[in-house]
Design a protein around this ligand. Sequence first.
Ligand SMILES: Cc1cc2nc3c(=O)[nH]c(=O)nc-3n(C[C@H](O)[C@H](O)[C@H](O)COP(=O)(O)O)c2cc1C
Length: 354
Amino acid sequence: MGQFELSHRVVLAPLTRCRSYGNVPQPHAAVYYSQRATKGGLLIAEATGVSATAQGYPETPGIWTQEQVEAWKPIVDAVHRKGALFFLQIWHVGRVSTNELQPNGQAPISSTDKQISPDPEHGQAPLLVYSKPRRLGTEEIAGIVDDFRRAARNAIEAGFDGVQFMKDSSNDRDDEYGGSLENRCRFAIEVIDAIVSEVGAHRVGIRLSPFVDYMDCVDSDPMALGHYMIQQLNKHEGFLYCHMVEPRMAIVDGRRQIPRRLLPFRKAFKGTFIAAGGYDREEGNKVVAEGYTDLVAYGRLFLANPDLPRRFELGAPLNKYDRSTFYIQDPVVGYTDYPFLEGDDKNNESTVEA
Ligand SMILES: Cc1cc2nc3c(=O)[nH]c(=O)nc-3n(C[C@H](O)[C@H](O)[C@H](O)COP(=O)(O)O)c2cc1C
């Protein structure tokens, strides 16, 4: 993958875990991430706020203050000691937030002033009701681009090997950041340009979810959106990776199936391609063998199996994940207490103390 040497294709997908008290990463994160680190494996850290307005979930980490940068350093060190590569996902939640989570109780900022409709079924997030957002003025947008630039710089200072970022694409603006496809992608492209100029394309990946439909974020033409973004990424020589999320699983003949809609994007993108969304060992092996993707990112399975690459290697049974502890604030339960394979303490040596 670019200048990085990977020894296997099992990637830790970014997973928000809500255990960074006061938006500061904690020592228990060093245990959690180093448990999942393998020599030559790629870990993508949980979504991490680029500023005080970027937060939308309780107790999620940030990387806009020096205290946060310093707190990430031992976590990155613990992962590097195991020989893994560590990328930080830097994000802004946009309107997926509440006044309580915003500085001075202000409204969340967004590309729109439309509130997300309450959706008890979105399933992957801890909150159900989000506040009415404030549409950013055109002149305020450059400041948010700068927040991403600073976050990328801070991530490299903290020792991360690179950064991945994502954006919220819901948009009903009528300025140069809304309307046409080019305009709607302008903010993301400005962020890409800023981060690439700050830390170098060889350290930057992006996660794109054109098909994802939760949080009232639906695009009428996800193929066109994805292709346009990939064309823009390709303009940056050596842009490291594109990480894409499959549409929701479909039920075919009573079985859940991965829709496998990403191949055109993989073909169009010049760098390393990562697919995510519903994969298991069998499906992952299949898509790699077929040239559908270079790497596969695993979310829930990796969350529940700290030694997932080892279990895949052996074809060993997997621990089941416990959804009820995904987003709780406990420093151990549902976080660092998922068991390793019995009798296999090779990967279980903790190099850090919580
Ligand atoms: C607890 C939890 C937290 C998540 N947090 C993030 C996140 O911070 N950033 C992100 O891009 N995706 C996040 N996701 C989505 C996962 O990265 C992944 O795309 C999703 O779980 C589907 O893959 P899977 O079927 O292998 O679990 C999260 C998913 C779960 C279950």
